[in-house]
Design a protein around this ligand. Sequence first.
Ligand code: S3P
Length: 432
Amino acid sequence: MSDLHLRPSRGLAGELTPPGDKSLSHRAVMFAAVAEGKTDITGFLPGEDTLNTVKAVRMLGVTVEEHGPGGLTVHGRGLEGLAEPAGVLDLGNSGTGMRLLAGLLAGQDFFSVLTGDQYLVKRPMGRIVEPLRRMGAVIDGRSGGKLAPLAVRGAGGNVRAIDYVSPVASAQVKSAVLLCGLYAGGVTSVSEPHKSRDHTERMLRFFGVKVKDEGLQVSMAGRQALRAPGTLEIPSDISSAAFFLVAASIVPGSDILIRNVGVNPTRTGIIDILTSMGADIVLEKRREQAGEPVADLRVRYRRLHAAQVSGDLVPRAIDELPVIAVAAAHAEGTTVIRDAAELRVKESDRIAAIAGELRKMGAVVRELPDGMEITGRERLAGAVCESHGDHRIAMSMAMAGLAAFGETTVKDTAWIETSFPGFERMLTQLAY
Ligand code: S3P
């Protein structure tokens, strides 16, 4: 078990390029695997989650070459080219890996089994199993298919197109249904209560697939071939940048530049929320990469005030809410986060985890069933904190430690490797 030790920062300074976007990295490998032709991927996240997806795709008969950190060549086998895996596909800690792959496998003409670590096998899988069964796949799993391991007998040539009305705003659910829908004869559609991240829709288009996006409903005709785009450049992950956006906003004297960050509007809730709290964030050099908007982010310290977070904003900042809670604990007034019950079924119960850890540092936090209320104070006190087996809780508490007085220890931080290899090195370079 590794721990992280933090001491008060005198202000963050300098530049960083966070690792590649996790959502895009999973998708890039899966889509390139079923595309026709070869895809050279740059900026791929060499984290445990996404490397597990590479392993799984290799077990499906796809050749993936690695060229140092972030460089991959995927030799696509076409929609019908995957092979039945000889062993169990282990997606480790990754909900995205498991749910998206289950969608793809539901369309195959073969049998496969998906599993994960002690945290992933506790997370809800019924949300994808139910629509994929309606599309014709035969899926079993623990608790009648609500929990992994999942055994998938793909529907092969008999996949049925469906119009799915998802009860949750989840890009993972939307993507699983669309990936299975690639194998259907007709048009598959998914609608959701709030807009979730649209990386699947954008990347399918980048591979030449026609996808219709009408706000809360997306639809796509099946049996469209994916054409390898040649090169696919993945930008840095805004969810990783988020830790430094918050740290620079709460540690007096900070001034940093975060380079090459994906600023897809379905992901920029963190920027909107921090800006509404008074943060000084400037987007520079806006450009586009692989169908995704990208910018450099300049952040300087400024005293924050409280924010109200609910509704459509929630899915746009879902993975950043723990670190937004850290910002709120340093802001003037009471921040209220609502409509975020999904946080309870992420890598940990993130409402209970962040509320409990912030309280150890003297923060005033009240848990709500679907969020929390946080009353800010000038400075928190260093403490010994737990990661709860969750990379984002570990990194959020590290940021709180930079702004606190006294020393902070975050225990069991190896989980950070799932999404942010090099985190400690970047933090040390910028913060002290
Ligand atoms: C992801 C979608 C989100 C997010 C997760 C990555 C994706 O989950 O929390 O970290 O890549 O599709 P849901 O959309 O299921 O809430």
